[in-house]
Design a protein around this ligand. Structure first.
Ligand code: GLY
Length: 391
């Protein structure tokens, strides 16, 4: 497979995203920094450790003077203040300086945490994203958002700090649990839903191929996703406006994640899938899009094996009131009003602050299956098998 290159054009902070197969073995070819005599610090998690170990060996063989590896626990709980302290202490004790290079080898959690540590250690050291999950390859590793979660909400502490390269090796997805792969799919679908009906139609035909690890289909979807993201990031790097379209389904989704407690019960992409259906449902209730669009999106997501209702999340005990309170902490609130990503149709998303909270409550109530959702609810639909066999 030929390596695809997507450029993020941000003047002095521009960089390339490399998408291809078996990039690991040539990883030094894609590192823009001169490796000779460099001190390299690689952050990874337990699930990806063998892959990161090989990255380390290859960089060492190709001139790195020091190559250290930090292995953190896998999972959303790693995106925490305590881990920022742990990683920064490790970097400083390892003798990091502004000539050093930090690599994030892992999924969105490792990428977000490592990018944030790279942004603040020595007031900023260069870092490279080596995303090994589908979600990270199509979204979180691109565009320079870094950060951690707090009890108050997702990603409320962080920075915009661009990497110097993103190296997306499709082969690294082969060992990804299916549940993680599907979670990444929710972020791919987002690009079609925001502004590209043609891509949505392609996904309706080819989505299964992505979930069955067809490398050509994945490489195509990753490239389309990165190009779409590049455009939005280039026009609005720090999310003053249009970049927020990438948050389709995220205002609802983040509230569900906060309520789920970041413990692996609900993956970010799963929350986004449910939140996306809520955003379409809200748009329908506001008279903006057709019921058929809501049904088509829900049908596609559930056909892929993703959850589409909060009611289907086992162990999630929450209420409409708690979700509304969690939404109140979202970054997308300006002047007391939450900004929602709404749709006029599939592929036609826009931002609005003009949303009735009564309708939001209706949407939440229907997704939860009532005003209050207790933990007894079972897992329903096709998602059941994905959850029970792969969690
Ligand atoms: N994940 C949304 C963004 O990067 O803006």
């Amino acid at each position: 497979m030929e390596t695809k290159i997507v450029t993020i054009d941000l003047d002095a902070r521009s960089y390339d995203i490399y998408i291809g197969s078996s990039l690991l073995f040539r990883i030094h070819d894609f590192v823009p920094e001169d490796m000779a005599g460099k001190a390299v610090f690689i952050v990874t998690d337990k699930n990806v450790e063998p892959y990161a170990q090989r990255v380390k060996d290859i960089l060492k063989d190709n001139g790195a003077r020091i190559c250290e590896l930090k292995v953190l626990p896998a999972g959303e709980k790693t995106k925490a203040f305590t881990k920022v302290e742990e990683v920064c202490t490790w970097l400083l004790e390892g003798g990091i300086n502004r000539d050093s290079l930090v690599l994030a080898v892992g999924g969105g959690v490792i990428g977000d945490l490592t990018g944030f540590c790279a942004a603040i250690a020595m007031r900023g050291v260069p870092y490279i994203q080596v995303p090994t999950s589908l979600l990270a390859q199509v979204d979180s590793s691109v565009g320079g958002k870094t950060g951690i979660n707090t009890a108050q909400g997702k990603n409320l502490v962080g920075s915009f700090y661009q990497p110097t390269a993103v190296i997306a090796d499709i082969e690294s997805l082969s060992t990804l649990p299916r549940r993680e792969l599907l979670a990444g799919y929710a972020e791919i679908l987002k690009y079609g839903l925001i502004q590209d009906l043609g891509f949505f139609q392609w996904l309706e035909k080819n989505g299964e191929k992505i979930c069955n690890l067809d490398e050509e289909a994945i490489a195509f979807a990753v490239e389309v996703s990165c190009k779409a993201k590049a455009e939005l990031v280039q026009s609005d790097e720090t999310e003053q406006g249009s970049r927020a379209l990438l948050n389709l389904g995220h205002t609802f989704g983040h509230a569900l994640e906060v309520e789920a407690g970041y413990g692996g019960m609900l993956l970010h992409g799963e929350a986004v899938a449910i939140g996306t259906v809520m955003a379409f449902d809200l748009s329908y209730r506001m008279g903006l899009c057709a019921q058929e669009d809501v049904d088509r999106v829900e049908h596609h997501l559930s056909g892929i094996g993703l959850p589409t209702k909060a009611a289907s999340v086992e162990l999630l005990s929450t209420s409409v009131d708690k979700l509304i309170a969690a939404m109140a902490h979202d970054k997308k609130i300006k002047g007391g009003k939450p900004t929602f990503v709404l749709v006029n149709a599939i592929g036609e998303a826009f931002l609005s602050e003009d949303v009735s909270m009564d309708l939001v409550r209706d949407v939440l109530r229907d997704s939860l299956g009532g005003e209050v959702k207790t933990a007894q609810g079972g897992i329903k639909g096709r998602w059941a098998s994905a959850f029970s066999s792969l969690s």
